[in-house]
Design a protein around this ligand. Structure first.
Ligand SMILES: [Ca+2]
Length: 211
């Protein structure tokens, strides 16, 4: 019926899906017969925000000199702390940099939209616009600020244009998205046309982060 507590640091693991429990003898002594450690429950509390991960084990962990002799338990329940919930509801400003390619006809006057996808959800389809500026011209860099809920780590962006205006075909070089709250920039390379009359005739592109 004992409870033992341990404190240690690690890099950010995100949501904890499973744990491994092993049981090795002190000083690498030999094991006589079958010896078990009975574990009822393990609770991992992430200190920064106080999120808790509960593992109901009810298991017998065999004593074994081999370090890779362990049992695996999946997370039974997570308790998200108030601080964590509150943080994910704070809107964040994202700076979006869009760089148009350098080829004849690369620029467009069509309306351009972005959808950002992160581990916490997506932004919805948002138009990239600015007053009094001719956007998305050849070799040009355009900047936008969009406010949205914190999306967490970014997984992909979808860029599309509505094929409006004269010669709407657009050569998109790349997109850079910066979460201005934590300064993290994610780069999405494209290098493809969004053009109904060129190559694969797509006017939407899904882009993945460059690592
Ligand atoms: Ca333009």
């Amino acid at each position: 019926g004992n409870v033992d507590r341990f404190d240690f640091s690690s890099k950010n693991l995100g949501d904890i899906a499973g744990i491994c429990l092993g049981h090795t003898p002190k000083d690498g002594k030999k094991v006589k017969g079958e010896v078990f450690w009975q574990v009822e429950e393990v609770v991992v509390t992430e200190r920064e925000l106080g999120n808790k991960y509960i593992f109901i084990c009810n298991g017998l962990i065999p004593l074994s000199p081999k370090r890779d002799d362990f049992l695996t338990f999946e997370c039974t329940k997570t308790i998200e702390s108030f601080a964590s919930k509150a943080r994910s509801l704070v809107p964040v400003k994202y700076e979006i940099i869009v760089i148009t390619g350098d080829e004849k006809g690369a620029g467009t006057d069509a309306n351009v939209f972005i959808t950002i996808y992160g581990v916490n959800g997506d932004s919805g389809r948002r138009q990239l616009r600015q007053k009094f500026r001719n956007l998305f011209e050849r070799e040009q860099t355009d900047r936008f600020l969009l406010e949205m809920l914190d999306m967490g780590e970014l997984q992909k962006v979808r860029m599309d244009q509505d094929n409006s205006g004269l010669s709407p075909g657009w050569l998109l070089n790349r997109v850079e998205v910066t979460n201005t709250a934590n300064g993290v920039t994610t780069i999405f390379l494209c290098g493809k046309w969004l053009d109904l009359e060129r190559a694969d005739k797509q006017i939407a592109r899904v882009l993945y982060p460059k690592y």
